[in-house]
Design a protein. Structure first.
Ligand code: C5P
Length: 480
């Protein structure tokens, strides 16, 4: 092939080609080769058309790449060097099941646990390991691996990799991709509980959150090390794949499309007289966040809300109620549903001798004692229905002591399937606050066995998203 020269072209065309080459990180000569190759493939009709082609940041060569994999969203999956790396192989499959195209990068550490060969066999793609790889079909490989995707997922995200990300290191392929990326990043931390609770990791987590990095997990449980347990287990591959899917298809993921979900939220007000009532400190934030997340997942959502100071979630059918009895009626009227989540802090008692008129103070006279009677237990009532019992009933347990013990007793007593248990002792600031530390208790329908999954502290929105992801993966399994 003759040498390429652009010297004889006119200034405007030359400048355009130089600009295009710079944008694509190629030499001018290589850029002209690409243009000619595209032209020969019918991408351009005549050489004279070249300068008129818009110099888009997504040139045709990239479009061709995209067409190869249809309209699938693309993930660059970075596997970090931890024992949970073996689960990342399953994650490749889980993402592919969700129609996600996966391209894998392994750190040096990851290669001690899993091989590039396994990753590439599962992803049907070459897996990448080196920053300076002469075999890469990509020029400036890390830049293109960073940009030619819709999302970067790091799983497992080790303490070291997170520290590198938080501080902008770029001394290997994984960290260089993360630094060069302008795409959303989702990390699934996994490390020893002591490393997770170390002040340095906490600083890095806070920094990464400020930088807009999304995080799933870590969960609590047994560690790979013998006799070690605590927070640090990587989230399950299905959870990560769901979270990735939700980020990739924020408006179209809809794993709960076609499902009808009922959620109760907020406190109830139990009238003493027309102006006074008994209430509690529930803000309704958690239930509203779940309604939002369920709607985002495509569900048809009915939110039965006690009195709260929150805006109605968009797209959700909200029924406002005051008392526990109103709440029960609204819940019964909403049946049948596929999933019912009882996040409301329903008052346990109501006043029997409710005043028809405002109770008056009488000088020197004590107030007549308020007679209380038990309110209907909405969760237990719905859980025990013979007909119209929703296939999945989820309760909440707000406890100030013996959290798991009390929540386990509650799941049995009320007859629900799952309980979201949280410690609401005043020191936690959960009641009315913005974050939540949750334990999810799930009861196996066949064996009755109860499993406990402890989630790391997270915002109420993240609790909602994680719960909805968990519901979606359970519903998919049940109907598979
Ligand atoms: O018994 P306890 O109030 O701790 O139970 C909490 C769970 O039960 C929550 O899911 C709450 O919404 C539900 N509940 C209910 N009706 C009641 C009391 C609690 O639905 N009267």
């Amino acid at each position: 092939m003759a040498n390429l020269s652009i010297r004889n072209l006119d200034d405007a065309i030359r400048d355009e080609i130089r600009l295009r080459a710079a944008r694509n990180g190629r030499s001018v000569e290589d850029e002209v080769r690409v243009i000619l190759r595209e032209a020969s493939q019918g991408g351009l009709t005549a050489a004279a058309d070249l300068p008129q082609e818009p110099l888009s940041p997504a040139p045709r060569s990239r479009e061709i790449l995209r067409q190869h994999s249809g309209s699938q969203p693309k993930v660059t999956l970075i596997i970090g060097g931890g024992i949970a790396a073996y689960k990342a192989l399953d994650l490749i499959r889980r993402m592919k099941e969700r129609g996600i195209h996966v391209r894998v990068v392994l750190t040096q550490g990851a290669q001690k646990f899993v091989t590039a060969l396994a990753a590439s066999a599962l992803s049907n793609e070459r897996a990448y390991t080196d920053l300076f790889d002469p075999q890469s079909e990509f020029d400036a490989g890390h830049i293109r691996l960073a940009r030619e995707c819709d999302l970067i997922v790091v799983a497992p995200a080790t303490a070291d990799l997170m520290a590198k990300m938080a501080n902008g290191h770029a001394d290997d392929l994984a960290s260089a991709i993360l630094l060069a990326s302008n795409k959303p990043i989702l990390i699934a931390p996994a490390m020893n509980p002591l490393m997770w609770s170390n002040a340095a990791t906490k600083r890095n987590v806070a920094q990464l959150k400020r930088d807009g990095v999304r995080m799933i997990g870590p969960n609590a449980g047994e560690m790979a090390e013998r006799n070690e347990a605590g927070i640090g287990r990587m989230a399950e591959p299905t959870e990560i794949a769901e979270a990735a899917n939700a980020l990739l298809r924020p408006t179209v993921p809809q794993p709960l499309k076609g499902k009808r979900i009922l959620i109760t939220a907020g406190p109830t007000h139990e009238p003493i007289d027309p102006v006074r009532y008994i209430a509690n400190r529930s803000s309704g934030k958690q239930g509203y966040a779940i309604a939002d997340a369920a709607h985002a997942a495509g569900a048809d959502v009915i939110l039965v809300s006690g009195p709260v100071e929150l805006d109605e979630p968009r797209g959700v059918n909200v029924k406002h109620v005051e008392s526990a009895r109103d709440m029960l009626s609204a819940v019964e009227a909403a049946l049948p549903v596929d999933i019912a989540i009882f996040a409301a802090a329903v008052a346990d008692w109501r006043v029997v001798n409710e005043g028809a008129q405002k109770l008056k103070k009488k000088a020197g006279e004590a107030m007549a004692p308020l007679q209380l009677t038990e309110n209907p237990d909405i969760l237990a009532t719905i859980s025990k229905l013979e007909s119209k019992r929703p296939p999945l009933v989820i309760g909440f347990a707000a406890e100030t002591e013996h959290l798991i013990e009390n929540a386990t007793a509650k799941i049995k007593r009320k007859g629900c399937d799952w309980i979201v248990a949280n410690d609401v002792s005043p020191a936690t600031g959960i009641m009315g606050g913005d974050s939540n530390t949750v334990n999810l208790l799930t009861r196996d329908k066949a064996t009755g066995e109860i499993a406990v999954d402890s989630w790391a502290p997270m915002s109420k929105e993240d609790v909602a998203a994680t719960l909805v992801a968990r519901i979606a993966s359970t519903m998919t399994k049940d109907t598979a």
